[in-house]
Design a protein around this ligand. Structure first.
Ligand SMILES: [Zn+2]
Ligand SMILES: [Zn+2]
Length: 153
């Protein structure tokens, strides 16, 4: 597994854009918000949140666009979502760009918008934790029944 503290170079599949990530992510999570759903065409987005000062663009020039408010940076050639400027200090990098083993999420956020409830051992916040200005309300996923099955054959 790569050392997560070393600077990490990641690139989109076509190679037009390369990012350098310095230091460790501040937090890693799955975002289920309605804007990420629209931006990615996905039920949820695995995100590694870095300090904005730890994200450098070392090759190419991403295209910047918005679904509503958050500036999102993509490769203009292959369309890959690179990162979103969630705040001035913290930007969320698309965790699909990270090498194997680096993405280790610890929570799910904006689960009140969830289209696909995920059952795992992580907390599923309705919005974001209180320490980030949200509430500590978590989702229970009524109706979700977990059964272990090894098949009948
Ligand atoms: Zn989101
Ligand atoms: Zn590309």
């Amino acid at each position: 597994m790569p050392n997560p503290s070393a600077p990490l170079k990641v690139q989109c599949p076509c190679g037009e854009i390369e990012l350098q990530l310095t230091g460790d992510p501040v937090v890693q999570l799955y975002c289920h918000c309605d804007h990420c759903q629209l931006a990615h065409g996905a039920a949820m987005v695995p995100t590694a949140v870095y300090r904005s000062s730890d994200i450098g663009i070392t090759r190419g020039e991403p295209r910047v666009w918005r679904v509503v408010s958050t500036p999102r940076h993509s490769c203009g050639n292959c369309g890959t979502r690179l990162f979103a400027q969630g705040s001035d200090e913290h930007w969320g990098v698309n965790a699909y760009l990270l090498p194997e083993g680096v993405f280790r999420p610890t929570l799910h956020i904006y689960c009140k918008f969830a289209r696909l409830p995920v059952v795992d051992g992580l907390p599923h916040y309705a919005t974001v934790p209180a320490r980030w200005g949200g509430t500590d309300e978590v989702m229970e996923w009524p109706g979700v029944v977990v059964t272990a099955s090894t098949g009948s054959n």
